[in-house]
Write a protein that binds this ligand. Structure first.
Ligand SMILES: [Zn+2]
Length: 438
């Protein structure tokens, strides 16, 4: 899911608030992307929505909305802990095949990949939802349904995205939408924290990379376009020495004291706000007793930024601080021959990146929202789209409609309300707008 999220336009208004503002006062929301006279791109997306096959797909998504919700609920009841997405992947691949998606396979990393070919040459767009959840094995993933509301761990994040991808694929095939190029449909592994984007790294680190022209991940609920990818570098840092009795062995470098020096340096790091840069020591541990010099002290550090350059810069200063702490702690006890070292293990690296507001994929996403009279703020977050963004492949993450609460918690819920079907309609319109229909 989106691990951070804030609107980069509209003065930081929350999407849900903006939706209600839109309903109450269309002229206010019109400032976002509804100039009096449509741009050529907006006019073409308006026209696309009226294309017979696209209009038929829109009707089918609304009239057969129960199918989408059934997909969402039944997928969600197959557990998919990090690194254990296999059962859900097998079922997802089966559903792709049943819909008539071609060349469905599961790659070495565990990603489900299928293809829908257009009727003429054109670009290749990859449309994905993520299979993995944050929940460990044994979590009760049975779905409770009350009216339009579904409650279960993972129901929104990202069973909604998986269901939207299936529904879009189903309509593209059923309505025989005459699009150009190729639509790759994917259920990927490893989006959540411990997975470290391994699914997308595998796709964009392999032979497919050069053939993918555009990328859309469906992740999250409501409506929004993520076109900025927050990058993060996360480390587990160990300070190590021989340790000893706090009285008898006194006079040697102390790993815990070295780590304290390092934390003081981290706390004093300067961090810019534009682009935003953050640092955090989140966990400290180590030591065995109050009267022992510890043989090890451990901390976990998280660095984040919106740009790769800023992230690299703060990372360099962190690495320097971690090593200076060793030098200074050793210098404190010059007569001691005891060793002191620092070992830095990488826990996670998420590349930063962004897709410019002026790019075709963002403008088409905004134009489709305008056509459908929905409000879609541009946001910055950490999602699967980080990987293609970092490679400068046009990429966005789109929300899947409805309304979600409690993502990453056991009481996560998704409410389809009266117009959840607009989620897959919106994604279909963006995808077809980018590939081109005639
Ligand atoms: Zn997610």
């Amino acid at each position: 899911m989106r691990s951070t999220r804030f609107a980069s336009n509209a003065g930081g208004m929350l999407p849900a608030l903006c939706v209600s503002l839109l309903a109450a006062a269309p002229s206010t929301a019109a400032a976002q992307a509804t100039p009096a006279k449509p741009t050529a791109l907006e006019a073409s997306v308006d026209k696309l929505a009226k294309h017979a096959t696209v209009a038929a797909a829109f009707n089918a998504l609304q009239n057969d909305n129960a199918w989408t919700l059934d997909q969402q609920a039944t997928i969600c009841q197959i557990p998919a802990p990090p690194f254990k997405e296999q059962a859900r992947a097998a079922e997802y691949a089966k559903r792709f095949r049943e819909l008539g998606v071609q060349n469905v396979r599961i790659d070495k990393e565990g990603n489900v990949i299928g293809e829908i070919r257009g009727n003429r040459p054109g670009p290749t767009l990859l449309l994905a939802g993520h299979l993995d959840t944050v929940f460990p094995e044994g979590t009760d993933v049975r779905v409770k349904r009350e009216g339009t509301k579904l409650t279960a761990p993972g129901i929104g994040d990202d069973c909604r995205g998986l269901a939207v991808v299936l529904s879009v694929a189903r309509q593209v095939i059923t309505q025989k939408i005459p699009f150009a190029g190729k639509l790759l449909v994917v259920g990927n592994v490893g989006e959540e924290g411990p997975g470290n984007l391994r699914g997308m790294r595998a796709i964009f680190g392999g032979p497919m990379r050069d053939s993918i022209d555009m990328f859309i991940s469906v992740d999250g609920t409501g409506f929004g376009i993520t076109n900025g990818g927050v990058g993060s570098n996360r480390y587990r840092v160990h300070y190590k020495g021989p340790g000893g009795h706090s009285y008898g062995a006194f006079g040697m470098p102390n790993p815990m004291h070295a780590m304290g020096r390092a934390i003081a340096k981290i706390a004093d790091l300067e961090a810019s706000t534009t682009p935003k840069v953050t640092f955090n020591v989140g966990i400290v541990s180590g030591g065995t007793s109050v009267n022992s010099i510890p043989f090890e002290a451990i901390m976990e550090v998280d660095l984040r930024s919106e740009t790769a350059a800023a992230l690299a810069e703060i990372d360099a200063r962190l690495q320097k601080a971690l090593r200076e702490a060793v030098t200074e702690e050793k210098a404190r006890w010059p007569q001691s021959k005891a060793a002191l070292s620092v070992v830095i293990d990488t826990i996670g690296l998420r590349p930063a990146g962004s897709t410019p507001d002026s790019s075709l994929i963002v403008r088409t996403s905004l134009a489709a929202a305008r056509t459908m009279s929905i409000y879609t703020p541009l946001t910055i977050s950490s999602t699967d789209a980080n990987v293609p963004m970092n490679l400068r492949i046009p990429a966005v993450t789109l929300d899947g409609g409805g309304r979600g609460t409690g993502a990453h918690s056991l009481d996560e819920s998704y409410d389809d309300r009266a117009d959840g079907y607009k989620g897959p309609q919106y994604v279909l319109l963006v995808v077809m707008g980018l590939l081109g229909v005639k």
